[in-house]
Write a protein that binds this ligand. Structure first.
Ligand code: ADP
Ligand code: ZN
Length: 608
């Protein structure tokens, strides 16, 4: 489909991709690039960045050159585009010499609308030379934050991409990223010479993601309950801090009858590859992983991301949870969090050997993360606010909005806790302090004669669990610090003083220990698993369509979502098309897929 200038971008959206309307700023971005201007696009994961360069590449004369850092991702995008009838190829180290030659010939003959290419290959003189001989429609630099030296995805090859502007000044460039912060954005601008590019910043809200933070009591069984109640037989990612915990959690889930696979840097490359592949291709796999997993996973139907440990920062939390629900259907960001997490992170920080300045930054990030966990108001508002985006309304789709949290005035309790820390010499951990407060006569307390201190037994009005909650919140707010000694001893901080002097009123969050399944998603959402009641006709159609999709995916050796997304199948159930024309109206079915799969899916639909 080599381009004819007169085709409109909306035509292409309808005909090739099967979508009826642009989302957000897609149309203005696309027009900017079609007109030959540069663009810098900041859009959240799942926002629809790909179309912003795919459509201009199809419409503009020549070939769009797409720089992408990950081979697996490239491969999937190219497979998906081919199924949509787009003339596309990729060049990376996974290809044989012969394949490379073939692609280069296609390129020279001007047959390609898009060429995906790894950055290191693009910058080779040989490739640049080749590009000088053809008509380049545009350069798209995907995952543009990879130029940032301070980011976690830094790719040295990305720095060299400034040659594009030097050697091809007349070709429009579009850089895209889902990393929102201003310093990264400025670095992208600077390194890629995009100062004069038009900036497109979308809202970073992911309204389909429901944020929840649970009090940790028995993390594993809480996780199992969550999966069984809300996402049986669905794709999810479970993050743990350590490799050991990853292995143990995966194995335990497996024993509970859940298809769970571990993923971390301690596994061999081939095992990791195999597990990632199964996660992408099968529909019900749960991957249990360290943060090593995720970059470049653009599986659209991940229904939940669960955190068994606290991430280091809200940046990480946002990025990791953002891997859920790229397809726009309801998804969950679920986390368990407790006293031990706070102690551990505080300890890690205080024993960190990083430079003072780095430590202070880490400290600030941790404070923000803890604040997010303890907050009693809308989590989404707080999360977006952290990234500089102010929301007027509360979201109605986080735990605090759905089940408002009660708080209680605990100034006296805070004073009791803090002075107990002081009276016992700032050398003891939470459990000991609680025993003293509750007047428990243990051998250690006897040994240190802490039954003699004034705070012994002054805290009998709260249970042990309640005191743990108080200590957790005091630590989370920085009113108590964890000592570097490695034993979790608590110390006062500068902030403790005004509280002890009674100059500050303290409110605590009332922890709710949920024993029954609360907060389950209402069936109003378009969530595949919960959408159809279990015995309904609709559910049967849904299952039949899914099994047809699986059959085709296996036949062709591609992930099921590359054939059709869940959202497309759900529309089929809802509108029940009976002719090819009706089927073509369903979102996500372009001309090519209609021709290829239309009859087979109609056959399924017509059985009902
Ligand atoms: P990003 O790269 O920004 O994370 P993608 O480009 O992968 O997002 O798009 C996310 C999902 O949204 C994809 O499944 C894509 O097909 C879908 N999508 C994008 N634009 C539209 C649109 N205008 N209408 C319907 N679906 C869209
Ligand atoms: Zn909310």
């Amino acid at each position: 489909m080599q381009s004819v200038q007169s085709i409109s971008s909306l035509d292409v959206l309808n005909r090739v991709f099967g979508y009826s309307a642009f989302r957000g700023e897609q149309e203005s971005i696309i027009n900017q690039v079609i007109q030959g201007e540069d663009a810098l696009v900041l859009m959240p994961t799942g926002g629809g960045k790909s179309l912003c360069y795919q459509i201009p590449s199809i419409i503009r004369d020549g070939t769009g050159i797409i720089v992408s850092p990950l081979i697996a991702l490239m491969h999937d995008q190219v497979t998906a585009l081919k199924l949509q009838g787009v003339a596309v190829a990729f060049l990376n180290s996974s290809l044989s010499f012969q394949d490379v030659q073939e692609v280069e010939e296609q390129l020279m003959r001007g047959e390609l609308d898009l060429l995906y290419i790894a950055p290191e290959r693009l910058c080779q003189p040989r490739t640049l030379n080749l590009l000088h001989q053809i008509n380049v429609a545009l350069f798209a630099i995907d995952e543009a934050h990879c130029v940032s030296q301070w980011g976690h995805d830094f790719r040295p090859e990305y720095i060299q991409l400034s040659v594009l502007h030097e050697q091809f000044p007349q070709v429009p460039r579009i850089a895209l990223t889902a990393t929102a912060d201003e310093s990264t954005r400025k670095e992208i601008s600077f390194r890629l010479d995009l100062d004069s590019a038009r900036l497109f910043i979308s809202s970073f809200d992911r309204p389909n993601i429901r944020y929840r933070v649970r009090q940790k009591n028995n993390a594993r069984s809480q996780l199992l309950q969550f999966i069984n109640a809300e996402h049986p037989q669905e794709s999810g990612i479970v993050y743990c801090l350590s490799r050991k915990k990853v292995d143990e959690t995966a194995q335990w889930l497996e024993e509970q009858g859940i298809k769970a696979l571990p993923y971390h840097a301690g596994l061999s490359a081939s095992v990791r590859q195999k597990h990632q592949e199964r996660f992408l291709r099968e529909e019900e796999v749960v991957i249990v992983a360290t943060v090593a997993f995720g970059m470049g996973i653009d599986k659209p139907d991940v229904r939940y991301v669960a955190h068994m440990d606290l991430p280091k920062s809200l940046e990480s939390y946002y990025q990791e949870t953002g891997r859920a629900g790229r397809d726009g259907l309801p998804a969950d960001a679920w986390m368990v969090y407790g006293l031990q997490d706070v102690i551990m992170l505080r300890q890690m920080l205080s024993s960190s050997e990083a430079m003072e300045e780095v430590k202070r930054l880490e400290q600030r990030k941790l404070e923000a993360m803890l604040g997010f966990c303890e907050i009693t108001s809308c989590r989404r508002k707080s999360l977006l606010g952290y990234f500089g985006e102010q929301q007027k309304e509360t979201c109605g789709n986080c735990d605090n909005c759905l089940e408002p949290v009660e708080s209680w005035e605990g100034t006296t309790e805070a004073q009791k806790a803090l002075s107990c820390v002081f009276r016992t010499g700032q050398r003891f951990g939470v459990n000991y302090l609680i025993d003293v407060l509750r007047g428990k006569m243990t051998p250690r307390i006897e040994q240190f004669r802490h039954d003699q201190v004034s705070t012994f037994g002054i805290g009998e009005e709260l249970s042990e669990v309640q005191w743990r909650s108080v200590f957790r919140q005091l630590m989370a707010r920085g009113l108590l610090a964890v000592d570097m000694d490695g034993f979790g001893s608590l110390k006062l901080t500068n902030e403790s003083r005004p509280v002890l002097r009674g100059e500050e009123v303290i409110h605590f969050r009332k922890d709710v220990v949920r024993t029954k399944k609360t907060g389950r998603r209402k069936k109003s959402g378009r969530d595949a698993s919960n959408h159809f009641s279990s015995k309904s006709e609709e559910k049967k159609i849904w299952e039949a369509l899914r099994s047809k999709r699986n059959e085709l995916a296996q036949e062709q050796g591609v992930p099921a979502y590359i054939i059709f997304h869940d959202a497309t199948l759900m529309e089929m159930v809802e509108y029940h098309p009976t002719t090819l024309h009706e089927l073509s109206q369903i979102s996500g079915i372009g001309a090519m897929k209609l021709e290829k799969y239309g009859d087979e899916f109609l056959l399924v639909l017509n059985q009902f």
